[in-house]
Design a protein around this ligand. Structure first.
Ligand SMILES: *Cc1c(COP(=O)(O)O)cnc(C)c1O
Length: 228
């Protein structure tokens, strides 16, 4: 991936922000959507340029890369999200990084392991429960029909985990109606978890963030559309 100049990144960011604006307004004037820039494919320089352009929240999908970038960009007041599958043997490393949000908590077992290590380190971590809405073999996440029970079980058995909502990756297909269904499924689960305090519904990537917002997403994770 090349280092992009500031004007190019400004144009890409403006386009994404404009598209988010168009989509969110169809939901409600009051529907606010957060943009998390997925930096995994891009050069470190592009992250600092996006920061100069006003972007604050960045996501990575590997603990090692998250660590390197957090350290190298330590001087900037950035907000970091872990969005990729968390391996058990990386739990301690992740906790030590103190990310803003782990978006990819994908089982009760992982939650309980994480909770134990959070207890030992006397700290807490904000997380989203990842839902495998289209029930795809290639994806991690809990099944939609178990999501509510698992969410409640994590809340009850993992006091060091601060559960804030749900995350999903849209169905892997060209068919918009199938992608839409996967977002609607996740949004329905999110709605029933709002009484449990859920307030983040993370859905939508470069190819489908406008659709996701129309289905109620309030956090989009956009990578490639910003670095073209
Ligand atoms: C890579 C990634 C994204 C961003 O993907 P783009 O299609 O490049 O926008 C979003 N969410 C997760 C979990 C990812 O791994």
């Amino acid at each position: 991936m090349p280092i992009l100049d500031k004007e190019r990144l400004r144009a890409n960011l403006d386009e994404v922000i404009w598209n988010i604006e168009q989509a969110r307004i169809t939901v409600s004037e009051h529907h606010i959507v957060k943009l998390v820039t997925v930096a995994k494919y891009t050069e470190l320089e592009n992250i600092s340029t996006l920061y100069e352009l006003g972007q604050r929240a960045f996501g990575e999908n590997h603990v090692q890369q998250l660590k390197e970038r957090m350290e190298l960009l330590d001087a900037l007041p950035l907000e970091w999200h872990m969005i990729g599958t968390l391996q058990k043997n990386k739990i301690n490393n992740l906790i030590d990084l103190r990310p803003s949000l782990l978006q990819s908590l994908d089982s009760l077992e992982l939650a309980q392991d994480l909770n134990k290590k959070l207890v030992a380190k006397e700290t807490t971590l904000s997380c989203l429960l990842q839902i495998n809405a289209a029930q795809e073999e290639s994806k991690s996440g809990v099944a939609p029909d178990e999501a509510i029970n698992i969410y409640q079980a994590i809340k009850e058995s993992c006091p060091q985990i601060n559960l804030k909502g749900v995350m999903t990756i849209g169905a892997h297909t060209e068919e918009r109606s199938v992608i839409q269904q996967s977002f609607e499924t996740t949004h329905r689960i999110y709605e029933s978890l709002q009484k449990e305090g859920a307030n983040i519904c993370s859905m939508g990537m470069s190819s489908d963030y406008q659709l996701a917002i129309k289905c109620g997403s309030n956090l989009v994770r956009v990578g490639s559309a910003l670095f073209k």
